[in-house]
Design a protein around this ligand. Sequence first.
Ligand SMILES: Nc1ncnc2c1ncn2[C@@H]1O[C@H](COP(=O)(O)OP(=O)(O)O)[C@@H](O)[C@H]1O
Ligand SMILES: N[C@@H](CCC(=O)OP(=O)(O)O)C(=O)O
Length: 405
Amino acid sequence: MSEREAIAKARRIVVKAGSSSLTTPDGVLDAGRIDALVDVLAARRADGTEIVFVSSGAIAAGLGPLGLTRRPRDLATQQAAASVGQGQLFARYTSSFARHAMTVGQVLLTADDMMRRSHHRNAQRTLAQLLALGVLPIVNENDTVATDEIRFGDNDRLAALVAHLIRADALVLLSDVDALYTGDPRLPGSRRLTDVRGPEDLRDVRLGGSGRVGTGGMVTKVEAARIAGIPVVLTNAASAAEALAGDEVGTLFHPAEGRRMSTRDLWLAHATTGQGRVMLDPGAVEAVVRRRKSLLPAGVTGVEGDFAAGDPVDLCDAAGRVVARGLVNYDASEIPDLMGRSTRWLARELGAEYEREVIHRDYLVVLAGEPEPQAAQPREGARHREGAPPREAAPKQHAAPRQRR
Ligand SMILES: Nc1ncnc2c1ncn2[C@@H]1O[C@H](COP(=O)(O)OP(=O)(O)O)[C@@H](O)[C@H]1O
Ligand SMILES: N[C@@H](CCC(=O)OP(=O)(O)O)C(=O)O
């Protein structure tokens, strides 16, 4: 069965639509295009396929009502716009799907929900239950509470992680452009790519930024396809029916062979940015990278940046190369006093609270030697699958990173 056929036959699909496909240039919802897309999703649902719909557009839909002419740059105004727009967006979907006697459920997720095990399971359970009840879940990032440091921003990577969460068979990304091109599609000479089978197909491709209201552009779509590990079609919203039917529209990203990473590792590796750097001695690099151990204060030789406990930070070897990323248990300002100290010494001199690791291994992903895009190999010594117990006993305390302050 070809991968196009696999999409046509998929029993569980994630469909993601970008802001530009759902809103008008005036910053209001485009009712006509929303209804047309809803008709396509309803038709596919009618044949028994379970669909989770990831919809952007909250910020874009909030612009008009707030009298804004362009997407705001500052987070607070983006959040205000999302707060206004999300209500309108969901109200519109509720009435549009009601035309097909379908019930929809709103699921707003933060990046944290993808990463913290208890949140992750909750989200998984909720989505499964909505599907079991015949409800069509409509997912967006919970923009009103997401902070700059820990935020998806675009919904492409969120859609890929949702596909993992529900074990979808296929992912369809709908944008304002009908495919991935070798360069900016508005420029002459740009050619459509019908298939992407591996990184070699992307070597000469110029992945540009987003359009007027979108976020991430092609970079996050290609990244999402890499993360998803299932067939992914990228096309425009007008071609949604053809994409779901397995027709030769848009660009098909073929999944790579090999074991998939856990959702949490994928999130850390692909959806976060290190908020600072922690330098490791060779022993700590060996422990973290090869033996998949937690990072202890004894192996830290330096710190850069102004991060807080709970932030993602990059771990670097003596040459400054980033070898891993993890959620740190200490503020940057606390680390110089702990560096090079044994946990026993720290507990004795500073108190039991300082016995905790700098980064617990459950919140740490190795980046050095990561497989090339689309050519995923099983990771050497991969720790454990999502949901399976870790090989070693969890430490006594602070298995989860301390919360941001
Ligand atoms: N190589 C490329 N192929 C296709 N589109 C590209 C490319 N580089 C940049 N783009 C731009 O990416 C935009 C889509 O990304 P984005 O605005 O984030 O969309 P969405 O809101 O659907 O997520 C298109 O409008 C297109 O102009
Ligand atoms: N969660 C945001 C998504 C932001 C965004 O622009 O995403 P996208 O259009 O998918 O690139 C919103 O609803 O506005």
